[in-house]
Design a protein around this ligand. Structure first.
Ligand code: ZN
Ligand code: ZN
Length: 375
């Protein structure tokens, strides 16, 4: 079995207050409602509660210190108790079940009760970035007006020197139970405690700055790290960057929707980038080394003799970095032939020479020469 001191992360000589604080912090952090994506959270949460069952009770803590796990009625290994603990001895004492049901709403009569949500709100923003920023990644600073943790009380909502106590109205359960007599018999109903809002705990004296809420509405700068290779419409989730939670409860998340501006020069096709450029007809006929502009800078590309109009060449690894990978997409360049509109006298002579060689009358409408040249 695990050492309850280790589970709560407290020293052997920790005060009751330290233990309670550690328990409150950890149970918030690992609360299954707040960790729906993490199937292990429930186990962890049970483990934390189990540890607190021992250390939060003077008598049991004394027994544990004196006899270790043996003093706690732990069954043989693998008997299926929560994390190796045997809770049967505790149920009657009302410790474990009470806490468990408070959190999971399992108590009779409390089914269907809307649980209060002290977690901070999720926020969303949309930001526009340039084509190049999407390719290479960028850090963007945003100024957001949101609920931030109160600096006076460190988000606890408690005045200095005061502490968090069980709500006297609901005795720490967060709900008020009432029994009504009806013609069908007694009906037990429960409602959220109006004093603590269902938290079960309230500051003994509220922080004067935030009035006990633990948060303030203010502007805060948030840096959004945009990874290389994002595309238009990507949404990033920044965990815990939404509104701060009430009295130290978990903060909400920030969702950042990205709009990528288009580029006059480059087009994106997934991880590949394409461009179009013109080359002189003679470069196409004879072949040449041409400069191709990529997002990574100019590249010299050897094009073969006989390159056609509209022909596309692939330059490996000069495209967009792939997300979560060290590889890159490719650059695709498509060439269009530029036919000289006006020839100098000497050039015209040369073209005529060529036409003669190709046994082509310069006056004929025969397209065979041009189709060879331009297709
Ligand atoms: Zn405060
Ligand atoms: Zn209450």
């Amino acid at each position: 079995m695990h050492d309850p001191y280790d589970i709560l992360g407290v020293k052997r000589d920790a005060t009751d207050d330290d233990i309670k604080k550690a328990y409150r912090r950890l149970s918030k952090q690992h609360h299954p409602d707040l960790n729906k994506d993490n199937p292990k959270a429930t186990e962890k949460f049970k483990e934390i509660n189990a540890a607190y069952q021992i250390l939060g009770d003077k008598q049991r803590r004394g027994q544990y210190d004196q006899f270790g796990a043996a003093g706690m009625g732990v069954g043989p290994a693998g008997d299926g108790g929560f994390g190796g603990f045997d809770f049967s001895g505790f149920q009657g004492a009302g410790g474990f079940t009470d806490i468990f049901e408070t959190f999971f709403g399992g108590a009779s009569g409390s089914r269907g009760r809307r649980k209060p949500n002290f977690r901070g709100q999720d926020l969303e923003v949309q930001i526009a970035i340039t084509f190049e920023e999407a390719v290479f990644g960028v850090d963007k600073k945003l100024s957001l007006t949101k609920e931030i943790s109160c600096s006076v009380c460190d988000g606890e909502g408690v005045e200095k020197g005061s502490k968090i106590v069980d709500c006297s109205e609901c005795r720490g359960t967060g709900e008020i139970m009432s029994v009504k007599n009806t013609i069908l018999g007694q009906v037990r109903t429960s409602s959220l405690c109006h004093r603590c809002g269902g938290d079960g705990q309230i500051p003994e004296k509220s922080c004067p700055q935030c009035r006990g809420k633990g948060t303030l509405h203010a502007a805060q700068e948030v840096t959004v790290r945009i990874p290389a290779g994002v595309s238009d419409g990507t949404t990033l989730r920044l965990s815990g960057k939404g509104d701060a939670g009430v009295r130290g409860h978990q903060a909400g998340d920030l969702y950042v929707h990205l709009r990528v501006k288009s580029s006059a020069e480059f087009k994106r096709q997934g991880d590949h980038i394409s461009t179009e450029q013109t080359i002189h007809v003679l470069q196409a006929v004879l072949g040449d080394e041409v400069e191709v502009r990529t997002v990574h800078g100019p590249i010299k590309l050897r094009i073969p003799a006989g390159t056609s109009d509209g022909q596309t060449f692939r330059i490996n690894g000069k495209g967009v970095p792939r997300l979560n990978s060290s590889t890159l997409g490719d650059h695709l360049v498509t060439f269009h032939l530029e036919i000289p509109k006006k020839l100098m006298k000497s050039e015209e002579e040369h073209y005529k020479e060529l036409a003669k060689l190709a046994k082509l009358s310069t006056k004929s409408k025969d397209k065979s020469f041009f189709s060879k040249l331009f297709s």
